[in-house]
Design a protein. Structure first.
Length: 238
């Protein structure tokens, strides 16, 4: 079984079983308490993270910058629930803007994308910048986002790139479910994601890296964040 099929099977099984509840092998990264947040997250310099705790959620605080997990991970399944504010201005470029970065390098975009269609140019947003896109690389297969103010759910299966010396023998890949709908089907990562630029994976990343949540001028909220490490042996099985 190849690794994309395995990853898809993992997420489908979890969704069928009710993935909102962390499975027994999960590391809970945020459970709604200040204790959980302080134990698992820092700012990007390793200091105490200054995002706000609001009604059992963490809120991206404009002046506090991005946050990252204390612990680092390689191949994983990540569950994240997020919410953009209900009172956002319509279709501003910072409307619900945030992101989930795997290993701190590869972004699954968060954005206020309900009922938007970049293809018809009603709103001036690029396709690979909407919610559930692999930022700057690949738009989602479909747009199942809910209205602003409602909670959204990501289930992400991530495999890091594999190198043999300086040669990339297998690109990293990302599978994403948004609100239970498959929107990224084992997308092969071209390299670290970036704004209006395409990158290539020219050198191996570290074996592990942090999960990063982005603060991008909007008070996006997060809750119920957990992660499962995937066995190395399975990743290498075709």
């Amino acid at each position: 079984m190849n690794r994309n099929v395995l990853g898809l099977a993992v997420v489908v099984a979890a969704l069928a079983a009710g993935a909102a509840k962390p499975p027994s092998d999960a590391v809970v990264l945020f459970d709604g308490t200040q204790k959980s947040f302080d134990a698992n997250w820092t700012d990007m310099k390793g200091r105490k993270a200054k995002w706000k705790l609001v009604d059992g959620t963490i809120e991206a605080t404009r002046s506090a910058g991005d946050i990252r997990t204390r612990r680092e991970f390689g191949d994983v399944q990540l569950h994240v629930e997020w919410q953009v504010p209900a009172n956002l201005p319509p279709y501003d470029m910072n409307s619900g803007n945030s992101g989930v970065f795997m290993m701190g390098l590869y972004e699954v975009q968060i954005f206020e994308s309900h009922e938007t269609d970049p293809a018809d140019m009603k709103h001036p947003f690029y396709a690979d910048g909407q919610a559930a896109s692999i930022y700057g690389q690949n738009p989602p297969l479909v747009n199942p986002t809910r209205r602003r103010g409602e909670w959204q759910t990501y289930d992400i299966v991530f495999y890091r790139p594999v190198f043999d010396g300086a040669k990339c023998v297998r690109p990293g890949s990302v599978t994403v479910f948004l609100n239970g709908v498959l929107v990224q089907d084992g997308w092969p990562l071209e390299g670290p994601t970036g704004h209006i630029r395409r990158t290539r994976q020219t050198k191996p990343p570290s074996d592990k890296g942090p999960v990063k949540l982005q603060q991008h001028l909007c008070p996006v909220r997060f809750c119920n964040v957990w992660i499962r490490e995937l066995p190395e042996a399975r990743r290498r099985t075709r």
